[in-house]
Write a protein that binds this ligand. Structure first.
Ligand SMILES: [Zn+2]
Length: 401
């Protein structure tokens, strides 16, 4: 099968074919990509799908999701201790994300067993077609630290040995990555340096990558020193720290939208009243933090980007009513704050795949990779918002719309 479009974006941050095409074999693997005329020469008689004035690009990778976090649902209490409801909720979320063009997710903490079951039901058994799943199992915080009340999604551990034991349990239960949480909207770091170093050592000596939630200056520095693989949020990252991250090969997942979306919600007084309860209500009491966070991203993103730190797209949408994995919106913020559109697309495709160790599978339009492809209406290079106009999504070569 041949897919044609006015623009074909490779995902590597530089290559675009005008009037391009992608060729897929019967197994859904990409066997050719380039100018449409050239691809057609080698494929006489094959089915051709011409999308006309569209842009064709690799499926998107969301580096920061919590598929099984149900506590933002209006009927949240009915999910508690009900794994069936949580699983159906996660299934619905993943299906909706796929239909917007998200073909791979890294889940950075969900209730224990949830993502392992989702992957079993999709990748192993084929009950459902879902995005490719990379997951961290449950997150790990210190006793009473950020995330501890998140009913099943985060476990507590104190002291280097117990942090190692918690990591071993998550890996035993199927986690691909490990997630640590070590700051919560204050300047006080949570885990000690010794605990963070132990966490990184326990993962790296076993060939596993490890990510960390750190938002403020002292905890970000401790995480850089410990040598995590990705730092999540790093909201108040400084230029010097971004340089250190680049030098140490640590990627940044800023999740601009998570903070900016909450800030915008909190600015709207009618919405403020409607989100008075639960997790949303807790955010309300931290209005100042979200305001400063939104401003920090807007004012400093370009300066940080210019250090060359690898910057990846993650959405982290957990509030009631928030859109499902709006990677397109995160990329739109990045472009608005100074990133080139091709670079923004790379941050949600090839660069994310490299960080996940999936470059041989997905993240680019390249022969030999899976046909994970997003087709959007219009010119994504002049209007990044075109990413929000999907006309077709392919998961391993199979159309899902
Ligand atoms: Zn998160």
């Amino acid at each position: 099968m041949i897919l044609k479009a006015k623009r074909v974006v490779a995902g590597d941050g530089k290559t675009v074919w005008l009037d391009g095409a992608v060729r897929l074999n019967g197994e859904g693997v990409i066997t050719g990509v380039g100018p449409a005329g050239e691809i057609a020469q080698h494929s006489a008689g094959e089915e051709v799908c011409d999308f006309g004035d569209a842009s064709l690009l690799p499926g998107l990778i969301d580096m920061h999701v919590h598929t099984g976090y149900w506590w933002s649902e209006p009927d949240a209490e009915s999910y508690r201790d009900n794994p069936y409801r949580i699983a159906y909720f996660a299934l619905d979320t993943l299906g909706r994300a796929l239909r917007t063009g998200v073909t791979t997710v890294r889940d950075v903490s969900s209730p224990g067993g949830c993502m392992q079951a989702m992957r079993w039901a999709s990748a192993e058994r084929g009950f459902f077609t879902l995005p490719r799943i990379v997951h961290c199992g449950r997150g790990i915080c210190f006793t009473g630290g950020h995330g501890w009340p998140l009913t099943g999604g985060v476990v507590e551990a104190d002291g280097a040995d117990n942090v190692r034991a918690a990591i071993r349990r998550e890996l035993r239960d199927g986690a691909d990555w490990i997630k640590i949480l070590t700051s919560h909207r204050t300047h006080t770091p949570e885990f000690t340096q010794e605990e963070l170093n132990a966490a990184v050592d326990e993962c790296h000596r076993r060939g596993v990558k490890i990510c960390v939630h750190a938002g403020t200056h002292p905890s970000i520095q401790m995480c850089i020193d410990a040598g995590f693989d990705t730092i999540e949020h790093a909201t108040f990252l400084t230029r010097e720290q971004a340089v250190q991250m680049r030098e140490r090969g640590i990627a940044w997942v800023p999740t601009i939208i998570a903070y900016t979306y909450i800030y915008e919600q909190l600015c709207d007084s009618s919405l403020r009243e409607s989100i008075a309860g639960g997790i949303d209500g807790a955010a309300l009491s931290d209005f100042d933090y979200f305001r400063q966070a939104a401003e920090a991203y807007r004012e400093h993103f370009k300066e940080l980007l210019d250090t060359g730190v690898v910057t990846l797209a993650g959405t982290d949408m957990v509030l009631h009513g928030a859109p499902v994995m709006p990677v397109w919106r995160e990329l739109a913020y990045m472009v608005e704050y100074g990133m080139q559109p091709l670079a923004a697309i790379a941050s949600a495709t090839s660069l994310a795949a490299q960080t996940l160790g999936l470059s041989g599978e997905t993240g680019a339009l390249q022969p030999g990779l899976c046909g994970d492809i997003l087709v959007v209406q219009g010119d994504v290079l002049s209007d990044i918002g075109a990413l929000n106009r999907p006309v077709q999504v392919y998961r391993s070569g199979r159309a899902v719309l």
